[in-house]
Write a protein that binds this ligand. Sequence first.
Ligand code: 5RP
Length: 224
Amino acid sequence: MNTEHLKKIAAEKATEEIQEDMVVGLGTGSTVYFALLKIGSMVRDGLNIIGIPTSSGTEKIAKEQDIPLSTLATHPTIELTIDGADEVDEHLNLIKGGGAALVREKIIANASKRIVIVVDESKVSRVLGTSFALPVEIVKFGWEATKRVVDKICGQSELRGGIHNPLMTDNGNYILDCHFDGITDPEKIELQLNNIPGVVENGIFVNRADRVIIGTMNGIEYME
Ligand code: 5RP
């Protein structure tokens, strides 16, 4: 079984939680992609749901899959969100933002009654920040100054895409990927980073996931 298969079984398992007439938050990434394909086939088979996408990329795929879409303005409460993650610890804390969608993902998470995270087994980690650099979205203006302050917290960060071709998020901002030696107090680091002028949001998600579905070589595993 390759990683793509592990992503697929986790993502498809999560779609079993979707019920008729639900408002569903649609996450971003290569794992959620398999959930979008499955939801698309469920919709074509007659399921009635409304999706709220977390990125322009997901919006495009959802449209291709005939999934009806709306916005938080019209549907402020989301019953279920299915999203991916870059790192997950045993307390269900997450690092997200590998796909640069962390701001919209956190807004959607905040509006969601239930959040199910889908990952393959490589994403499970004892301590966050040991296998994935933490994405931090920052505004373009004065980004070098913002980076200097961010680096005081994480030690070292990199502008995603590099200075000659920086990646631009859906919100028109930059991403710093911050290398930690492990994040032992994610709640504190999340708040510290968000307190820096110029930081829009960071990819630490504490106490937000209700369930993590893990695709493993031995089948599906759960963290609740
Ligand atoms: C996007 C995210 C993704 O959910 C995360 O990067 C996981 O992506 P993938 O399933 O492709 O590994 O947070 O901002």
